[in-house]
Every structure is written in C-alpha cells, then in structure tokens.
Design a binder for this molecule. Structure first.
Ligand code: PNW
Length: 476
C-alpha cells in the first residue's frame, strides 16, 4: 500500500493528485457509433443496421448510416487527438467490414481501412487499444444462425479474431476481445432494447453470455498460442455499476453483494475463478448453462488485465416480496432472478441518461474487484456522462462534465492510493456519437459533434482533460 504522498512527487503536494508513472490515458469510441459509411468499402450489414431500420427500436429512428462520418474523417479526428495531446485511443473494429458474411471471405477494403487508421494513430504517437467486438455482429450470423446463442459462435469469433491478429497485430499490442458482454446478453437477449432485441426467454440471455465467454476464451487461446511473437496483451472489458447496501442490515449487504455477483461475477468469476458464481447457479438453475472441463480450462486465466466500464451506482436492498417483474430501471438485469430491490438517493445528481453521479461508487467498485479477483491490473476502459450543452459562439462550456470527470478521477486516484492496481483510464467518449437505442439524443463526447455539418468543437471539459493527460495529474 502506497501512502498518498508517495504519489505526489510534485512541489505542491496538496494541490495536485499525481497518477502513477506509465498510467495510460485515453478516450474511447466504437465502430457503429462513429463510423457511418455503412454501405461503403465492402461492409456487410450488422444487427444494428437492421434494428435501426425497424420502427420503434431506436429513438427518432436514428441510425448509424452517417454517424460522425469517421469513416471519411478519421485523419482529421486523429489530428485533433494529437493536437489535444491524447496518448491512447480505444476503438473497435466492425466485424462486418472485415468479414461481411460473418465467416468466410475477408474484405480487403475493410482491412485496408483499419490498417490505415492504425498507421495514422501510430504516426500521431497515439497507442491503439483495439476492441474486436463492440456489438455490431454481421447480420447474417443472426438471420441464418441465431447469433450469439449458437454454440458455433466461439468458432466464428476466433476465426475473425485470427484475421485481426494476423493483419494488425504487428502494430496493435493491446487487444480487448469483447465490450460489455453483459449488455449483449441482458440488453440484447433479456430485455430486448439492444440488437437483436430479443426478449422471448431469459434462458437465451444466459446462453448468449455463455457463448460470448467461450468465444472470448477461444480467441485468447488462439492469440497466446499462435501470436506469442507479437508480444501484446489481451483482455476483456466488462461493465458494472456499484451497488451500495441501502442500510447496514446483513440482508441489504447480502442483496448488494448478490447484485454485484449477478452483474460482474457472472462474467469475471469464470475468468478468474473458473465458474459462474454459486449464487447464480442456485437462483437461475437450469437456465444457466454449464461449462465443460475443457471450457473451464480455456476460460480461466484468459485475461491479461481487467477491463472495466463504469458509469453509475444504485442502492441495493432485500425485497419485501419476491421480485416477479423484470425491472429495467437502474440496470437491474434479469431482476426477477437476482431478487434485489434497487433504489436511489434523491440527493444524487443525475446525467441525461438518468444515471446517478456517485464518484465514491467507482472507488468502492475498484476495491471490490481488487479483493475478489486477487489484485488484477485494472484499466477503466470507459467512464463518462451524457449532458446536452449547446455551442454558443463556437464555445461548448460543459462544467457538469468537467466536474464529473474530476470527481470520478479523484475517487479513482484514492483507490490507487489504497492499493488498487489501476493502470489506465479511457474517457467515454472522444466525441458525441450514436448512443444506441437513444439515437443521437445523448451526448457523451468530450468533443461536440455537429451532425448537420460534421464540425467538431472541443468542449471545455476536453480542454481540462487534455491538461490532465499531459500532466498525468489532476490539478485541484
Ligand atoms: C456502454 N446499462 O453502454 C457502451 O460500451 C458504449 O457503447 C455506450 O455508448 C456507453 O456505455 C454509454 O451508454 C452501456 O444499461 C449501455 O447498464 C447500457 C448500460 C451500460 C453501458
């Protein structure tokens, strides 16, 4: 455990919080949310293209056809990152650009696009952190093969990953297999608000999670055996909110713990401990698939680092009656299975997503992870907030976002001081973009996107963040 003053090597120890040497600072995006160009360069359709064209699924029937037009403007976007002094950039590859039919033929134009983007980042001195799957599944895998719930998913995913490692691995040294499999499973197959918008049977959500974990394990096994000489690291990114017990009653503490195990333990226990949490086995029963011994061996130890996306906190308590209805508020997941009541402190501030701003929740979650998974190296691969702030006279002054980042980073710095091995932080998002079922109505960017002109305007929060990145410290 390092006492705080060891981290403060600066002159005015009390006035700034210095982060450890080598701390990775960046921003994050995802292919479908920013690229556009969906019918260009040989790209095939994804499940999100289809969902966007189905009335009632996405607010205003917005879609990713143009998005931030990053497909055509990536060079300018990267120049801006360089100008701002950003050091790392997390983005995702669109599987349907690389293998349009899901498996089989490689689309060389798609490979060329990402190859150029990667070179451009490296020329700008920015380290690429590449996510292989951030939700844009090739549509044909859904329509013809049932997508993530097909037990062949791991083979398709590993074959796609193989192409990516082969073509980009000489330059990309930081890989993330999956972004938030919780969202793919719960929102895609349980609640049905994300593509493919299924909500027929909760067993499907557990099966999707199962095949995603097997796919992750298989891709990592391949990377470690076939591409060892590339000397990169590979991991997975999971998302989790913090759950604070409503009271210190044993039952509320148990409810909070159960909720965290259903949220994060679901995906991380197999990776760090070899199987799903016992509480899920007990409460979900036969709908929770079982790993074979070969699966367990493949998945256990399959992440070189702990990727965490974190946005908010809820209060958890023991329900007075068994939860019977699925509660989609507060990211409750398949709430009837976990049987936890989620509430909020009315004094908490909220973002445009209605997500609570609770910085100390991030520090508690980091410590929970540190303890449960035996002190893994952690990278926060997303954290951020939606606030819609107008551009006035060319200026976007967004003090709420600045405060959000400042308070969360201060809390996370405290977690580091308490011994958590946090090694990096990526703000979500580099620029305003397509926010899934919310279309373009939620603005998470540190750069403002004007969707009618595609002009980028650096928000004041970004000017502040750029200073943090360049000084490796938060000035108070
Ligand atoms: C993440 N939830 O999505 C994604 O990785 C990003 O693509 C997205 O833009 C960002 O967070 C902001 O939403 C989430 O309901 C979507 O718990 C929903 C939830 C969590 C994360």
């Amino acid at each position: 455990k390092l006492p705080l003053y060891h981290l403060n090597s600066g002159v005015s120890a009390m006035s700034k919080l210095v982060f450890p040497d080598q701390f990775v600072w960046g921003t994050a995006t995802a292919s479908y949310q920013i690229e556009g160009g969906v019918r260009e360069g040989g790209r095939g359709p994804s499940i999100w293209d289809a969902v966007c064209y189905t009335p009632g699924r996405v607010l205003n029937m917005d879609n990713g056809d143009v998005a931030c037009d990053h497909f055509h403007r990536f060079k300018d976007d990267i120049s801006l990152m360089k100008e701002l002094g950003l050091k790392a950039y997390r983005f995702s590859l669109a599987w349907p650009r690389i293998i349009p039919a899901g498996f089989g033929d490689v689309n060389e134009q798609g490979v060329a696009f990402y190859s150029e983007l990667i070179d451009c980042l490296l020329d700008a001195g920015i380290t690429p952190w590449v996510t292989l799957y951030h939700w844009d599944l090739p549509l044909v895998l859904q329509t013809e093969f049932d997508g993530l719930i097909n037990p062949d998913f791991p083979d398709w995913f590993a074959a796609y990953a193989d192409v990516c490692f082969d073509r980009f691995g000489d330059r990309v040294k930081n890989w993330i297999t999956l972004n938030e499999p919780w969202c793919s499973s719960v929102l895609g197959y349980g609640i049905g608000v994300h593509a493919p918008c299924r909500k027929m049977d909760t067993a499907e959500a557990y099966m999707a999670a199962h095949q995603l974990l097997r796919g992750h394990g298989k891709a990592v096994q391949l990377y470690r055996s076939k591409y060892q000489s590339q000397a990169g690291s590979i991991g997975i990114t999971n998302n989790c909110d913090w759950r604070e017990p409503l009271t210190d009653a044993i039952t509320d503490q148990a409810a909070a713990q159960r909720s965290l195990e259903f949220f994060l333990g679901w995906f991380c226990d197999p990776i760090y401990k070899g199987d799903y949490p016992q509480v899920m086995r007990d409460m979900v029963g036969d709908r929770l698939p079982k790993f074979t011994d070969a699966d367990k061996a493949m998945i256990k130890g399959s992440s070189d680092f702990f990727g965490l996306n974190h946005y908010t906190t809820m209060l958890a308590s023991e329900p007075t009656e068994q939860v019977v209805e699925r509660n989609i508020a507060g990211n409750g997941g398949i709430s009837e299975d976990q049987n936890v009541t989620l509430t909020e402190d009315p004094s908490w501030q909220k973002t445009d997503m209605d997500w609570n701003v609770v910085p100390w929740g991030s520090a508690k979650l980091l410590k929970w992870i540190d303890e449960r998974y035996d002190h893994p190296p952690i990278y926060v691969t997303e954290n951020g907030c939606a606030y819609d702030v107008p551009v006035i006279d060319g200026v976007c002054d967004d003090p709420q976002r600045l405060d959000f980042f400042k308070s969360y980073l201060t809390a996370m710095h405290g977690a580091i001081a308490d011994g958590v091995d946090l090694r990096g932080y990526f703000a979500w998002s580099f620029m305003d973009n397509f926010e899934w079922s919310w279309g373009y109505t939620k603005r998470f960017g540190l750069v403002h996107t004007d969707y009618s002109t595609q002009q980028r305007i650096v928000k004041n929060s970004m000017k502040w963040y750029s200073q943090v990145v360049q000084s490796n410290a938060i000035a108070e």
